[in-house]
Design a protein around this ligand. Structure first.
Ligand code: ADP
Length: 422
């Protein structure tokens, strides 16, 4: 068992009391004797405090620990122990810092550590290649070194993991993606990755798909025309009627796929839609889309607010969602198309059906090209697997977000919410 502080000190207190008693017995002035004994004890204590203070001021060196016992020995020991612990921790932190810095040095990306004022604390060598930021720039605000409104927005938003794409300040032919990662409470890591090659490959892929679709369009139109002619021919032998019908259907499917691919290419090739945007009355658009359907849908218009965008694209978005609701639900299933305000800054289009719903595992993939949750039904309905990819693209271009909620057995809601500035 550890001796208590009192038991360590008890001998010293006993000596003081003993001196007091002896003094009182040997002299008549017992009060003075007690006072002198106490004074002696206080002076001794004061001396110990002074020794301790000097030791602390001089850096609590292990070699100069004040010579003491009892409670003072305990205090000195505790101070030394804490000091050793904190210097061990410091050593460990320094080693960790050195290790992290050497990892970041060999990083294939530019890595810059920023403090809470967005000033450069540290940067690796790749930062000078991609962002023109060198050692001498330490302490400078990153916004002054990289002049980009997008970066300014990214830093102000302070959202961990957010990304932007910018041109390199050193060489405008280099395209970079910049990402912010929070480190602790008051620092962040800015990472820049060269995506020039990736963008070139994407461009090549896009233009290949667009060119191939254009090239296939004309021959397919010719084939489809001839097949239609043969199909209508009264002298067509019965045995050929079914193969010709199937060939004609498949040609139509291919034509639909090519049209959808060309639509996607067009959407991808014009990023900025501001110049071609107009004010769109959604009630009109919904009524226009629904009038040509072979099934009745319930229309609920709860706001007369308009959105700004490209009307043909918004018509295509509505058509895709409403036709899917009809295609993927049994005939006669209730379908609601709703246009409403959601909170103060969102206008939403809901296309809700009460069909059999979509299993959860498919939901995140539905907007991928050629992804089909229900392959059989999609092919049977002549689906291209590109409808929701088109919807998602149009939504993005209009600063809108597509969300899909579905429950097996209850139906699905496809919601497109447009952000409106107040
Ligand atoms: P498709 O041309 O196959 O309809 P889409 O991209 O429009 O392609 O849709 C992708 C898949 O999402 C469809 O194949 C279908 O399985 C599923 N899907 C879309 N809308 C609905 C819906 N309202 N109900 C159930 N499944 C749906």
């Amino acid at each position: 068992m550890k001796p208590s502080i009192l038991s360590i000190e008890k001998w010293r207190i006993a000596i003081v009391i003993f001196v007091m008693l002896i003094g009182s017995l040997l002299t008549d002035a017992w009060l003075i004797s007690i006072a002198l004994s106490l004074f002696g004890y206080i002076v001794w204590m004061y001396y110990k405090v002074y020794q301790f203070y000097t030791w602390i001021i001089n850096g609590t060196s292990q070699n100069n620990v004040p010579d003491s016992d009892g409670i003072w020995d305990k205090i000195n020991y505790k101070v030394l122990q804490d000091k050793n612990k904190s210097s061990d921790r410091k050593k460990r932190m320094n080693a960790l810092l050195k290790r992290s810095q050497s990892i970041l040095k060999g990083f294939p990306y530019a890595a810059i550590v920023l403090n809470q004022n967005n000033e450069v604390d540290w940067s690796n060598s790749k930062s000078s290649v991609l962002l023109n930021i060198v050692k001498n720039d330490r302490g400078q605000r990153i916004n002054n070194l990289i002049r980009s409104p997008k970066l300014y927005k990214l830093l102000s938003a302070n959202e961990d993991g957010s990304e932007i794409e910018i041109e390199s300040p050193k060489d405008s032919s280099i395209q970079l993606v910049l990402k912010i990662i929070a480190i602790g409470v008051d620092s962040k890591l800015l990472i820049a990755r060269d995506i020039t090659q990736r963008n070139k490959t994407l461009e090549m892929r896009k233009s290949f798909i667009s060119n191939a679709s254009h090239e296939l369009r004309t021959p397919l139109t010719v084939i489809s025309g001839y097949l239609e002619m043969i199909k209508e021919d009264k002298n067509l032998p019965k045995s050929l009627s079914s193969p010709i019908d199937t060939s004609y259907e498949q040609t139509e499917r291919m034509q639909n796929i090519i049209e959808d691919l060309l639509t996607l290419s067009r959407l991808e090739s014009t990023d900025d839609i501001q110049d071609i945007s107009t004010s769109i009355n959604m009630e009109k658009v919904i009524n226009h889309v629904c009038q040509d359907l072979n099934q009745a849908v319930t229309i609920e218009i709860n706001t007369d607010e308009v959105i700004v965008g490209v009307e043909t694209e918004i018509i295509s978005l509505c058509t895709n969602l409403i036709q899917n609701a009809i295609f993927y639900t049994p005939k006669g299933t209730k379908i609601i198309v709703r246009w409403h305000a959601d909170g103060s800054n969102k206008l939403c289009l809901d296309v809700q059906d009460f069909g059999k719903g979509i299993p959860n595992k498919h939901l995140a993939h539905l907007t991928e090209r050629f992804y089909r949750a229900d392959k059989g039904r999609s092919k049977e309905q002549g689906g291209t697997g590109l409808g929701l990819a088109i919807v998602s693209h149009i939504a993005q271009r209009h600063n809108a977000v597509l969300t899909i909620d579905s429950k097996v057995g209850s139906g699905s809601i496809f919601k497109v919410c447009f952000l409106v500035s107040n």
